[in-house]
Write a protein that binds this ligand. Structure first.
Ligand code: HEM
Length: 284
């Protein structure tokens, strides 16, 4: 039987797999379309490098969100899209490196030296090399062969995501808003993982709300630290910008909003469950 990417393991059509496939493929088509129609601006290779880097980080974080979503929603089927999303993140990382080398006029030696001497590129390279190891060990055969060591190895994905976000920060010039947002989501995901490991079930809205608050505070604090250290912007100004919701909420607010939205999921589940039980008892 042919293994179509939009089918689940049992060969049934899966809307979830279609959604993940679209998330993986549409950004690449969009970049290709812009490249073909002059939509990448005056420096197309540079713009395409940035866009593929952005999508590599975004898809990596979406991949990391699969396990917490499974625990929060109690719906195990999320797992059928994890490998596809992880491989897509790696593919965008690889395209990103290829575009970088193309931007160096394919001078491989120069690219290697640049990667070796510029810390932000070295960090990006380590992240990509790690993702390559995870991609290479994602086959069913590798999972069987590695046994318990597979999950130990794949735990490094959090460290790799942290390196990718650091690489993002280090190349950001004056505006580190998106890098801060990605770091905030990573903090949220790490918080959820820590809470679960500490024995706090992610099906409890209170746990999720506390993690959301902690991640949002962490995001604001790291933003203050980053701007203070990298640009010399006074900490008060960054903090004030974090407290105001205009002209646009700072990343900490988005992290809080997403975290609180997750906390609503078990609440809604509990309500619906109670409602269904009541309806059944009335029928009986
Ligand atoms: C050998 C590996 C890598 C190289 C050589 C590399 C190179 C670069 C370069 C040259 C830039 C643009 C810097 C500038 O314009 O000043 C960049 C930006 C970026 N890279 Fe990488 N990178 C690598 C790995 C990665 C990986 C593994 C990820 C993510 C998983 C990543 C994510 C990003 C992001 C998010 C940006 C910023 C995009 C933006 O400004 O919107 N990079 N990288």
């Amino acid at each position: 039987m042919i293994d179509y990417p939009w089918n689940d393991r049992a060969g049934r059509f899966s809307v979830l797999r279609v959604a993940a496939l679209s998330l993986a493929v549409i950004p690449a088509l969009w970049i290709a379309f812009d490249a073909a129609t002059g939509g990448l601006g005056a420096k197309p290779l540079d713009e395409a490098t940035h866009r593929t880097g952005d999508w590599a980080v975004r898809l990596l974080l979406v991949t990391l969100a699969v396990t917490p979503l499974r625990r929060i929603t109690g719906w195990n089927r999320w797992v059928i899209v994890r490998r596809m999303l992880g491989l897509a993140a790696f593919a965008y990382g690889l395209a990103h490196l290829t575009l970088y080398v193309a931007d160096q006029n394919w001078h491989l030696g120069r690219a290697v030296i640049e990667i070796a001497v510029r810390p932000y590129l070295t960090i990006g390279f380590v992240a990509l090399a790690g993702l390559a190891v995870l991609a290479a060990t994602s086959t069913d055969a590798a999972i069987r062969r590695l046994g318990r060591r597979w999950s130990q190895l794949h735990r490094i994905v959090y460290a790799l995501a942290a390196l990718a976000v650091l690489h993002f920060f280090l190349q950001s010039k004056i505006n580190a808003t998106e890098a801060t947002l990605m770091m905030g989501f990573l903090l949220l995901l790490m918080g959820l993982r820590l809470a679960h490991r500490a024995g706090h079930p992610l099906s409890a809205p209170r746990t999720l709300a506390i993690v959301a608050l902690a991640a949002a505070f962490g995001t604001a604090a790291l933003e203050v630290l980053w701007y203070g250290l990298a640009t010399g912007v006074p900490w008060r100004s960054v903090l004030e910008a974090n407290l105001m919701l205009t002209p646009w909420p700072r990343p900490a607010w988005w992290v809080l909003a997403v975290g609180f939205a997750l906390a609503l999921v078990p609440l809604v589940r509990q309500r619906v469950g109670r409602w269904v039980r009541t309806a059944k008892s009335v029928d009986a």
